[in-house]
Design a protein around this ligand. Sequence first.
Ligand code: SF4
Length: 359
Amino acid sequence: MNNMKHHKEALKDKIESGARISPEEALTLFSFDLIELGRLGDLRRKMIFPHEQAGFIIDRIINYSNICEAGCAFCAYHAKANRVPAYELSNEEIIEKVKLLKAAGGSQVMLQGGLHPTYRLDKYLEMVRLVRETFPECFIHAFSPSELVHIGKKEDIDLISLIGILRDAGLNSVPGASDILVDSVRERVSPKKIKTKEWCTVMDALHHHGMMSSATMTYGMGETYEERIEHLRVIREVQDRTAIIRAFIPWSFSPASTQMDDITPATGIEYLKMVAIGRIFLDNVIYIQAGWLTEGMKLAQIALAVGANDMGGVLMEEVVVKATGIETRTNMDEMIAVIRNAGKKPVLRDSAYRVIREW
Ligand code: SF4
């Protein structure tokens, strides 16, 4: 047996034993055959989540404004990208959207926007209170780490105080939008957004308040495999320290209509490998979401066989990905059918991943 073959066999045994793998070992996984890697991903999913169920939530993202002073190269949503005209939602429009979610049996509202140049903390508090008053029982999962740091700087207050104020107004949790947590990549694709250390500081501040978050990954922006694994390493380390990351959500970069439209989009095999590697490496994250919005329903369904165990939200509205020309839509019936057809039990869940309804 040559050295590489021996190394791969030893790594396979290690993964099957449930042991934590190193970043160097994770790097080797990119060279694994998809079927073998997928089998290992599903095995590790069973070790941490021994149920054959896959959940989804009915939620609505309210993108309150696309006016943003960051102008990231990978984003087609912000107004200066000239894809979506500049807009700001009025209070009445926000209330209407929340009412529609409530009427549709939804349970989670996400508020997300760019780094608005003139909004102050009062505006964000007003939005949270509006949602809370319109739909008192809903779960408000809002404002990315970049938005929080942006607001904190504008107000000159520290993150722990800022998050405490927003929580007292009704904020429940924060989506851990993380792109790629490698500063050299961030400097290239989003130089005006927060750096890795600040992202970690936001996670620590949320942990201070006992608030939960998530972690995403936007790969395929010209980064190396080493940089992808470094991203996972940062997330695993933060999770070891805080245990606030409920879910990991990888999705591939959609280059159309961005300043980086010369990049060839990542393939389906690459996506499935990222799901499986994320599952194996992140041994401290229970849920891995299949990204149907960017990858399409068919690929997301296969992701359930290689380590994913959640389908995310039946989104009632989405503007950011749509700006790149992708218009994937779904509904509850399709979600149930896709999960069933994957050999899993569909469950409707809430934001804390508690089962609300089973089929
Ligand atoms: S990714 Fe966010 S911060 Fe960057 S330009 Fe788009 S809206 Fe602004």
